[in-house]
Design a protein around this ligand. Structure first.
Ligand code: DQA
Length: 140
């Protein structure tokens, strides 16, 4: 069984009530339950933190044994050299996801420290971005 993990960064614990016109009305907990039902053949772990160092520690913990990491580093995408370096350091492939189309938003969101080191990037499909990322690991 493939072992994947979804890692969500800051403020994504507020999905469902945070700017619903951008991020939708569903909580991540609800969505994760749907995902697990949709992909019974995959093990999907989940981790969320608002703290940059905790995200780096989790990447290090899973990054030499898991089959894939689906990472939405949220605002840290645009600022964190440390998360970018962690992705370079580990061997598990990382797919970067975003709920919104960051390129249609403010200019500071066009910069990503994740993308150069990611296997691929999926953005702008709402919560479905995560599902597309899981599918990308199944096709390998
Ligand atoms: C986000 C986009 C980021 O720019 C923003 O800071 C987020 C969420 C997204 O999923 O669309 O918190 O990563």
């Amino acid at each position: 069984m493939k072992q994947l993990i979804i890692i969500n960064g800051p403020n994504l614990n507020l999905l469902g009530k945070r700017e619903p016109e951008i991020y939708g009305h569903q909580t991540f907990k609800e969505y994760l339950e749907d995902l697990k039902l949709k992909f019974p053949e995959v093990s999907i772990d989940y981790f969320q933190s608002n703290i940059e160092g905790e995200l780096i520690t989790k990447l290090q913990d899973v990054g030499f044994s898991y089959d894939g990491i689906i990472l939405n580093a949220a605002a840290y995408t645009h600022t964190s050299v440390g998360i970018g370096d962690a992705i370079k350091a580990i061997t598990t492939p990382v797919v970067e996801v975003h709920i919104s189309n960051t390129f249609s938003r403010e200019e500071f969101r066009h910069q990503s420290y994740i993308s150069p080191n990611a296997k691929g990037v999926i953005l702008g499909f709402g919560l479905q971005s995560y599902e597309l990322a899981i599918t990308s690991f199944l096709k390998v």
